[in-house]
Design a protein around this ligand. Structure first.
Ligand code: NIG
Ligand code: FE
Length: 439
């Protein structure tokens, strides 16, 4: 493949041509919402495809012969930076709509204890788990934490991810949650992709509030949310609503505070034990995530709603669970399903979306095509950015991943390999396998 210059002039138009399979993910129904049921299989593939990008946006999408005959392209050819994709597969950059990158150290003790049979909840009760990541974050300054976030973002991009939702959640005090969001903002400014920040002050009750958990909920509602909103440090508020974390009642209270402060809401739900979804769905969360323990009522209520169900099978895999979220039931019932890594130090130190797609197929019965839709356009819907991200269509951001494969199914087939060869974010070539200095 002929690589573009390392720092192409962003003002120069860019033409990708000779694309073996161009997965456009364009809408066939004309509706801009998430894909459901059979529509998840529609990837809008163009063979021998071409994409023209100008000013960081996609301006036209078609086949290579058409593109080379286009009068504007012919006239401006000398100005255009061309990338010959040599028959490779090209798709929209992945949208990783659920990650927790604002932590300092891996949790190797938890990891090792699980090999001796301890469960995630037992480890958390014994002093490991989320609370054991707090000290490191509280002791770090913003720049140190931003450095950690940036390394995670770069790792994600090396696998083809161009948009990342990034949560706070290991500070668990007003200062350290705001510091985590500032670190995310600082890392985002140094990363060519797009970051969507989320306040997850409601991850668990910190040890210092152990005997007065309601005071911690009040701190979230009265201080963290208003300040994060006022300083534009977060676009969403998330809650870990589950056994050992926050109750349904706490979650509704936190959601109400978020809405009052102009922030949209999402939740970690039914990962460890079932919470009926009806009351939460009434608050119109943009996404409900995990959903390991849902019943038929939950599934049909989700299907009737506009809420996206974000599945994170990397967490089930890494915790060594046999049980995975019921993706097939959800999709067949018409739920809008998305996929994300849940990158975090406890349950999913996984930065690779292709690996998550592989798990979706091997462990949850999703076809390779369904998994790609779930990880691009539906994940964009889970962040309310589908007008700009998640498909290769005129007017959208030129966020594009090129894989060294001939068939899109290989992206998840080569389970633990990285076949991502080149990534464009906003029309700029930002990472490639030839560029070893970034790895
Ligand atoms: O999504 N479930 C809650 N939060 C994370 C785990 C975070 C951690 O263990 O550090 C999750 O799996
Ligand atoms: Fe999570």
């Amino acid at each position: 493949m002929r690589a573009p210059p390392k720092k192409p002039n962003s003002t120069r138009p860019l033409l990708l041509q000779n694309i073996g399979q161009l997965l456009t993910l364009r809408s066939t129904s004309g509706n801009s919402g998430p894909r459901r049921a059979g529509d998840l299989k529609q990837l809008g593939i163009i063979e021998d495809g071409a994409i023209l990008c100008v000013g960081g946006k996609i301006v036209s999408v078609g086949d290579t012969r058409e593109a080379l005959r286009d009068s504007w392209i012919k006239k401006n050819r000398s100005q255009i930076v061309e990338i010959d994709c040599g028959g490779r597969v090209v798709l929209p950059g992945f949208v990783d709509s659920h990650t927790h990158p604002a932590f300092v150290s891996p949790r190797l003790v938890d990891f090792e204890e699980r090999t001796a049979g301890a469960t995630y909840e037992e480890i958390a009760e014994a002093g490991g788990g989320i609370r054991s990541s707090v000290e490191g974050v509280r002791a770090s300054n913003k720049a140190q934490l931003a450095g950690k976030v940036l390394v995670a973002l770069q790792e994600m991009m090396a696998h083809g991810t161009t948009t990342v939702e990034a949560k706070s959640g290991y500070g668990l005090s007003l200062d350290s949650e705001l510091k985590s969001l500032e670190a995310i903002q600082l890392a985002a400014a140094q990363w060519p992709g797009t970051v969507v920040p989320t306040l997850l002050g409601a991850h668990v009750v910190p040890t210092d509030f152990k005997n007065q958990p309601q005071k911690y909920v009040d701190l979230i509602c009265e201080q963290m949310i208003p300040q994060a909103s006022k300083r534009k440090l977060a676009r969403f508020v998330d809650v870990f609503c589950d056994r050992g974390a926050f109750s349904e009642q706490d979650t509704l209270k936190i959601f109400a505070a978020a809405r009052k402060n102009g922030l949209a809401v999402r939740a970690h739900i039914s990962q460890l034990a079932r919470t009926p979804l009806a009351k939460l769905l009434a608050m119109n969360p943009v996404s409900l995530d995990h959903l390991d323990h849902v019943d038929e009522t939950d599934v049909s209520q989700l299907a009737q709603s506009s809420t996206v169900a974000t599945l994170v099978p990397g967490a089930n895999y890494f915790l060594g669970l046999k049980h995975f979220p019921p993706a097939r039931n959800l999709i067949d019932a018409g739920v809008a399903v998305a996929l994300a890594t849940d990158f975090n130090p406890g349950s999913s130190p996984i930065a690779s979306m292709p690996f998550v797609l592989s798990l979706a197929s091997t462990q949850m019965g999703m076809s390779p095509a369904e998994a790609i839709s779930a990880a691009t356009i539906n994940a964009a819907c889970a962040l309310q950015i589908q007008e700009k991200k998640g498909s290769i269509e005129p007017g959208k951001d030129a966020d594009i991943a090129i894989y060294k494969v001939r068939d899109y199914r290989e992206i998840s087939y080569w389970a633990a390999s990285n076949r991502c060869e080149l990534v464009l974010a906003g029309g700029m070539a930002v990472t490639s396998r030839q560029d070893e200095s970034r790895r």
